[in-house]
Ligand binder design. Structure first.
Ligand SMILES: [Zn+2]
Ligand SMILES: [Zn+2]
Length: 458
């Protein structure tokens, strides 16, 4: 990695140097003060440098003599001389791209190409950027899906990047600039803007407050700075391959993200690409008439919020069938996941709330106005019973988190339909956060005692 960092640093220094030289040289300049030699130069560094009129330092001239072209490998010329010494006149290394075997091409500095005018005068003409292109990951999962992610509670960037081990919400972005000579253009400054489409991912803009989070872009391991308009403010310059290699780390929220790249100093067209941040293959849960019904609060920010994976829907249907048998009918099905999953910000403020609803594997079932005995029977069937017909045998991985009631919480069943949190962590057991089973036992006992007393009396 350190070697790679060095490479990038060298490329950057070299790009800046080239840029400075290009400015001194202007749009075009005559390659040498004398005419170009008539034969291809395959001779030794000393003879090439013989007339001393090239104006290039010996190292540069020697590099040219090797016909390996100007330093498009990202390293400054002196290092190459050190590495190869007298062997420069030999055959070029296979890994290094050769400059065309055109006469005099080697006399132009990097960033210039040889042209001939009407009077057969050769010039080194500055290479202009001609075209820009970009490759992006087509689809990524939202942050926190299938792997742990430090959620962004305070607005600070919690994205981390290990290029050797990308998270399910991370992918590579490569911007490529080609020059007027149809070759990769080195040292080209590029403007990059990131936006996210309004209403995408099932988050209606008119019902949301605050700044919608963007993806975090990385150059190596460093996050790029971005302003409120999504413009990347960290300078970006093409490397020795004419590329800018970045990483895209998607936010916790699903949505349609767009990247737009342009050359900073002159026109080279526009490259625009889209990254879909989503949990794939979620389907809308539609309850069978009478068995269950979709419910919600009075101030919902997300109209579409009953999406689940197909297996989750199957498991939910099994559970609802058993609940109906216990007399729980219809079952009030509240929040599941948004159409593309991702963090479900109940309050519409781009902040975490529904932590466990991002993957389409969890659902909230309303418990209001249901007999405690009925609820405890269902919970017991899923969480404790060893009975052959019990829910625990039909849905061995499904777990219920029975939320406490006021003042701490709103009582409901949060059901892990596949037995895992969205980040993939298995849920080993059910949880009775409100101590409801004990309350149910006490109630049943009191009732039995009362009936017992009645019987004794009778
Ligand atoms: Zn939202
Ligand atoms: Zn829940």
């Amino acid at each position: 990695m350190q070697h790679h960092m060095k490479t990038v640093l060298c490329a950057l220094i070299w790009a800046i140097t080239v840029h400075a030289q290009a400015e001194e040289r202007g749009e075009r300049y005559q390659p040498t003060s004398t005419r170009c030699p008539s034969a291809p130069m395959l001779d030794t560094p000393s003879s090439n440098n013989g007339d001393g009129s090239s104006g290039l330092p010996p190292a540069r001239a020697a590099g040219n003599a090797a016909n390996s072209g100007l330093p498009n490998n990202g390293f400054p010329p002196p290092a190459r001389l050190d590495a190869h010494g007298q062997k420069l006149a030999g055959p070029p290394e296979p890994s290094r791209p050769r400059v065309e075997q055109r006469q005099c091409a080697k006399s132009c500095e990097a960033g210039y190409t040889m042209v001939m005018d009407d009077r057969h005068q050769q010039w080194c003409q500055r290479i202009k950027p001609k075209a820009i292109s970009m490759s992006v990951p087509v689809e990524l999962k939202p942050a926190g899906i299938d792997a742990p992610f430090q959620l962004n509670r305070d607005g600070k960037n919690k994205h981390k990047l290990d290029p050797a081990k990308l998270a399910p919400w991370q992918g590579r972005v490569v911007v490529q600039v080609v020059g007027s000579d149809d070759k990769p253009l080195v040292g080209q400054a590029v403007k990059l803007v990131q936006t996210v489409e309004d209403d995408s991912g099932g988050h209606p803009e008119r019902k949301h407050k605050g700044q919608r989070p963007l993806a975090v872009l990385f150059l190596e391991k460093a996050a790029l700075a971005v302003n409120k308009q999504g413009e990347i403010t960290t300078p970006l310059v093409t490397d020795a391959q004419g590329q800018i290699k970045l990483f895209f780390s998607a936010p916790e929220f699903a949505g349609v993200h767009r990247l737009k790249a342009e050359c900073a100093q002159s026109t080279c067209g526009t490259a625009e690409e889209t990254v879909m941040v989503k949990v794939p293959d979620l389907a809308e849960y539609e309850p069978a008439e009478g068995t269950a019904q979709l419910v919600g609060g009075t101030n919902e920010k997300h109209e579409q919020r009953h999406y689940l994976t197909k297996q989750s829907i199957k498991n939910l249907e099994v559970m609802i069938k058993a609940m109906n048998k216990s007399g729980w009918k219809p079952v009030g099905v509240n929040d599941a996941a948004l159409p593309w999953g991702g963090l479900f910000d109940i309050s519409g403020n781009w902040r975490p709330s529904h932590f466990d609803h991002g993957a389409g594997t969890a659902v909230d079932l309303r418990t209001a106005n249901i007999e405690l005995g009925t609820k405890s029977q269902v919970y017991d069937s899923q969480c404790n019973s060893q009975d052959a017909n019990a829910l625990s045998n039909q849905l061995p991985s499904t777990k219920i988190l029975w939320h406490d009631g006021p003042p701490h919480d709103i009582e409901h069943f949060h059901v892990y339909l596949l037995g895992t949190a969205p980040n993939g962590t298995p849920k080993k057991s059910c949880q009775d956060a409100g101590g409801w089973m004990k309350k149910a036992d006490e109630k049943a006992k009191a009732k039995a005692d009362k009936e017992g007393k009645k019987e004794t009396k009778g």
